[in-house]
Design a protein around this ligand. Sequence first.
Ligand code: AMP
Ligand code: ZN
Length: 486
Amino acid sequence: MEWLSRIFGKKEQTGHARPAQVFFFNTLSGNKELFISQKPGIATMYTCGPTVYGQQHIGNLRPGMLSDTIARTLGAANYRVHRVINITDVGHLVGDGDKGADKIAVGAEREKTTPQAIADRYAKQFIEDLADLNIDTADIDFPRATDYIKEQIALAKTLEEKGFAYFLPDGLYFDTQKFPGYGKLGGLGGAHLTAGARVEVVKGKRHPSDFVLWRRAKVNDLQQWDSPWGRGNPGWHIECSAMIRSLLGQEIDIHTGGEDLAQIHHNNEIAQSEAASGRTFVHYWLHNAFLTMSGEKISKSLGNVVHLSDIIAKGFDPLALRYFYLQAHYRTPLSFSWDALAGAAEALGRLQRLARDIAEESRRVSEPSEARERFLVAMRDDLSTPQALAVIWEVLRSEEYTPEEKWGLILDAEAHLGLSLTNSTAPAPRESAAAPKEVLDMLAKREKARMDKDFASADRLRSDIENSGYRVDDGPNGPVLTRTTL
Ligand code: AMP
Ligand code: ZN
């Protein structure tokens, strides 16, 4: 069974399982690369988290799903993963550049409260949303920018001492032309940014891509601290560099975030961290594509936001959203609609019921199989969740595998995807089971028509079912038949 030890990792003499091979698409190189951690068996990962000035929408939760899928996949490949997701509670200005109001101050004004209260409220809600998505929040550090002011000042000071910064009347700026290779991430060439292109012009800046490290306070700034450059507050980018340095070290394995962050925010993080340490900052950069709705990015400024709380209020299990995310590869834009979510809920319900039946048939005894290898290969090939889900559906519905082999696959699926397949409480379709075979056949055909988006046939089948004395309700766990005549 050579392949088994290759995939599951051989036991080393120390008793620690050797990590299995995992490949990630690295935005830095533009290639899929074998993951090699700095320290054997340990992976450090940082994710740019939310600016907590309002409730996070389901687009903002996609980066959380990416980092969770990485952590689960590396965990199952025998890595110990140290994870950090920061909470931005100061410094991020409306418009993302170096001008404008601080988003947290805007939130505080809107809700007539303090920056701290706004940050507390929405950070808590964000972490609860992640937990609802079955992300293990106890295993993640959630540092806040305002708790690392001292560290941000120290880093800015180092950059100034090393000649990478210059002072203007409104603050201390990073001189991007002093840092060779500025803008290397994503081949986007941040050094070629021109004035007015996304970055607002600040008078006296030496180059349009230069960015603020420390901003001098305006009189009415709600959050301000003493610093060598006067009272003020940190620039947005420096918090990530400072918190990574404090919590994970000067050189980390993985950094993730939404793809919109790569061009400016992440190139600026690289510039600050590498200029200060002289070392490689991050070895693997992974970025998720956007969640869209009706062809547009879901975003607060476009006003087309959906929150996890809206999804729960409509009676969906949050795991339906999890399943929905996993149906697409993380580097593919994903289009949200309520119909698509309902489809994901139905599919998840069916999968959970299949898994529960297999739990019984196998008596929860697992056996290895070639199917498990195919599943692991998909997950370890840059987190190919659509292919991994396809393997699960194919195998669980097939007669070629024993219940024990299927249960083995379900255990792997649960570890990597977290879809509550091993402890599902999805209701059994009892009413459905009691219905006559021709009604069940019509129900199955209607399900297929719905999956194929053939709504005319689905509607016709629904009225055929009703004419046979049954009603169909599409619940979050799949369709339920209820008898309407005696
Ligand atoms: P923000 O609160 O705007 O700083 O965003 C927090 C995280 O969510 C960042 O990693 C963004 O790149 C990401 N993000 C924002 N909008 C979307 C979206 N529609 N789809 C996917 N990721 C998003
Ligand atoms: Zn960041």
